[in-house]
Design a protein around this ligand. Structure first.
Ligand SMILES: NC(=O)c1ccc[n+]([C@@H]2O[C@H](COP(=O)([O-])OP(=O)(O)OC[C@H]3O[C@@H](n4cnc5c(N)ncnc54)[C@H](O)[C@@H]3O)[C@@H](O)[C@H]2O)c1
Length: 294
């Protein structure tokens, strides 16, 4: 029998490290997946060097975690980075100096890497892990988006776009994942003191403007109810497709905007047509994936 097991990406610092410690206090085992090792040694953790923007690297981490621990209950897709390009700061007035290909790493990590993580988590959570003590197939996934996934932050447009995309991803995936007892939600932190921002930024803000880590942990708790993981009903319960902002002392839920009545193509009947058409096409995807491998 293994304890409940989590994989946390970006676990060596900031929010991921705080979440690791929170789960350890509740007797979880945590696989810390990060580019860099944690600076402190923590019991009941396994550090696996991982670049989430690389499929092979992240897939190897999930494979190793599952083969070692035998179960996967929760995944926090938390690793992220800010912008490494600035369109308008790099303009040249000389026609002989057109722009170079921009650095798109922010999308590769924040969006592509997180999508890879959902795909991998869904697989390993759906395996029969009763031998390791897990009561039922399924689990919970939380994506760390950002307040910049709800409101624009003009100084970091790639970050803003990638985090908005994560909110959309969670809203689209959440209801579908429910059918296989997986919950997918997003936490959107406001400004938290971590290693993410450039040096000196935080000096401009006072304590009253900075969100305490405890609020972010309450967001994760609201979505995942970690304390009762051992109970029969933990898998298959709780919200899915939800977006929760942690701002100062508040945990704020953000609903998707409601559709205008004229959007009949998205009403209940319309939705069935979309599902029928896409299921027909998508049933070939699994076969194609395996064809490519063999
Ligand atoms: N700090 C904030 O104010 C704030 C606000 C909103 C959202 N967020 C989000 O919270 C998440 C955690 O950030 P943080 O604030 O704790 O910052 P942080 O810099 O302290 O931690 C990020 C961790 O992610 C790791 N990482 C970066 N790229 C990686 C990759 N390709 N593969 C694996 N690991 C990688 C880093 O090594 C680091 O340990 C991020 O997604 C960030 O966008 C932070």
């Amino acid at each position: 029998m293994s304890p409940p097991t989590a994989i946390i990406t970006g676990a060596s610092s900031g929010i991921g490290l705080a979440l690791t410690k929170h789960l350890l206090s509740l007797q979880w085992h945590v696989v810390m997946a990060d580019l860099n090792p944690p600076k402190e040694s923590l019991p009941k953790t396994t550090y696996l060097k991982t670049d989430i923007s690389s499929w092979d690297s992240q897939a190897a981490t999930f494979e190793k975690a599952y083969s070692t621990l035998g179960r996967l209950d929760f995944v926090a897709l938390n690793a992220g980075m800010d912008d490494r390009d600035d369109i308008f700061a790099s303009l040249s007035s000389e026609s002989s100096k057109p722009p170079r290909k921009p650095n798109m790493q922010t999308f590769d990590v924040n969006l592509t890497g997180t999508y890879y993580g959902v795909k991998l988590a869904a697989h390993y959570m759906s395996l029969d892990s009763t031998a390791a003590g897990k009561k039922k197939k399924g689990g919970k996934i939380t994506v760390t988006a950002s307040a910049a996934g709800i409101y624009p932050l003009p100084v970091v447009p790639q970050y803003t776009a990638s985090k908005h995309a994560l909110v959309g991803l969670v809203r689209a995936l959440g209801p579908v994942a429910e059918a296989v007892d997986i919950r997918v939600n997003a936490v959107c932190p406001a400004l938290v003191a971590t290693g993410l921002a450039p040096p000196g930024l935080m000096d401009n803000f006072n304590e009253k403007q900075i969100t305490p880590m405890s609020t972010i942990m309450r967001c994760f708790e609201r979505l995942n109810n970690f304390e009762v993981v051992g109970e029969e009903g933990w898998v298959g319960s709780g919200p899915t497709g939800a977006t929760v902002e942690g701002n100062l002392g508040d945990v704020i839920e953000h609903e998707a905007p409601s559709r205008p009545e004229s959007s009949e193509y998205l009403d209940e009947e319309g939705e069935k047509a979309w599902v029928r058409a896409y299921m027909e096409r998508n049933k070939n995807f699994a076969l194609q994936e395996w064809d490519q491998k063999s």
